[in-house]
Design a protein around this ligand. Structure first.
Ligand code: SAH
Length: 218
């Protein structure tokens, strides 16, 4: 799975190495996460006109009023989701261009990535095809409903913000499982939810800004 598409120039390799250094400086400690981000070529996920900015620590537009999350947020959320353990079977809500799914694929046994916008999903599919990741499955569906056909999940990561945790996601989290998601509307913060023997526990973390989790598909 540590394969890359051919023809990546030295420039992108160097800027990607710099991105990893910056993530370290910003406090990402999980070496597995840093290694995963070091092998995924982020520039193939953004539009050609923006490719030269792919490794900057910034969110970039994806079209359809959506954005690819900044590298730090991707790294931070996956680090929290792992908590030093294996990701196991992972559900991602909001596949977007597929970048985060590609990073998750380096760390998880299986990744199910759900996207509500059909055209966005088509783009994720074509982006991911280059990387040949046999453990990633993309689905066109409303992530508010989770993905019952593949549940339960050891880990769930949500890339769009909602006022509260969708019930289906709680239901589809395995015992001992962990979920990371942005909660809130105008003001949002990351929330880490763990499912223990006695039920769910929630830890509120730093402030973030995500596009909203929208109901239904298009
Ligand atoms: N993880 C993505 C970032 C995606 S931005 C990446 O690496 O590029 C958030 C995405 O969530 C958007 O593509 C948006 O269409 C999607 N989204 C919003 N609400 C959703 C829902 N209910 N179900 C599935 N996807 C949703």
């Amino acid at each position: 799975m540590k394969r890359e598409i051919s023809g990546i120039g030295m420039t992108s390799q160097r800027t990607r190495a710099r991105m990893i250094e910056r993530l370290r400086e910003q406090g990402i400690r999980d070496e597995r996460v840093l290694a995963a981000m070091a092998v995924v070529p982020r520039h193939i996920f953004v539009e050609e006109a923006l490719a030269s900015r792919a490794y900057e620590d910034t969110a970039l537009p994806l079209g359809f009023q959506q954005t690819i999350s900044q590298p730090f947020i991707v790294a931070r959320m996956i680090e929290l989701l792992r908590g030093g353990r294996e990701l196991g079977k992972t559900l991602e809500i909001g596949a977007g261009c597929g970048y985060q799914a590609a990073v998750l694929a380096q760390l998880a046994k299986e990744v199910y990535a759900v996207e509500r916008i059909a055209q966005m999903l088509a783009r994720a599919r074509s982006n991911l095809r280059h990387l040949r990741l046999p453990n990633v499955r993309l689905k066109h569906a409303d992530g508010n409903l989770g993905l019952a056909e593949a549940a339960p999940f050891d880990t769930i990561i949500v890339a769009a913000a909602s006022a509260r945790v969708p019930q289906a996601l709680l239901d589809q989290l395995a015992a001992g499982g962990r979920m990371i998601l942005p909660l809130g509307t105008a003001e949002q913060s990351l929330s880490l939810i763990e499912r223990g023997q006695q039920g769910f526990s929630e830890t509120r973390l730093e402030a973030v800004r995500f596009v909203p989790l929208v109901a239904g598909v298009e």
